[in-house]
Write a protein that binds this ligand. Structure first.
Ligand SMILES: [Fe+2]
Ligand SMILES: [Fe+2]
Length: 150
């Protein structure tokens, strides 16, 4: 069965592709696609994945670092949300966001997942995956119907 690592890794790869697209066309539409992918990804990690990891001594520092990196990305995303794609800083902001997310993804895949695999059972990793999938499904439904997301 699919684990949370499989799902998160696949989404990281999708986000990397969306960044390629956004950097090549420089459009706000492409940026919004990144946002629609990363918002629920970060929320899902913070709801179902990080809290379990925080209980493990050996993961506590890494997870607190991860929260900081999420907050940094969220701040950049909300800044860009208020910007126009014709703004002279648009490309620089987009690159900054990409760097910030690249770094975070790198940390997650090389350190967080690695230690989580030792700290959580296979069964737990599958259960988190199910919760995450369920959360994403209802989140995307709310996006489509225009219901509040918080
Ligand atoms: Fe992630
Ligand atoms: Fe993350």
């Amino acid at each position: 069965m699919e684990t949370i690592y499989d799902i998160l890794k696949a989404e990281h790869d999708q986000v990397a592709e969306l960044f390629q697209q956004a950097l090549s066309d420089g459009s706000k539409v492409s940026f919004v696609k990144i946002r629609i992918k990363t918002d629920p990804h970060m929320m899902g990690e913070e709801k179902f994945f990080y809290p379990l990891l925080e209980k493990k001594e050996e993961l506590r520092d890494l997870v607190s670092e991860a929260y900081k990196e999420h907050n940094e990305a969220k701040a950049l995303i909300s800044e860009m949300e208020d910007m126009d794609e014709r703004d002279e800083n648009w490309t620089a902001k987009l690159s900054e966001l990409k760097q910030s997310i690249d770094h975070h993804v790198q940390e997650e895949e090389s350190k967080v997942f690695e230690r989580a695999r030792n700290a959580l059972s296979q069964k737990e990793a599958e259960e988190i995956a199910q919760q995450y999938i369920e959360f994403k499904r209802s989140y995307m439904n709310r996006v489509e119907t225009g219901e509040p997301l918080a």
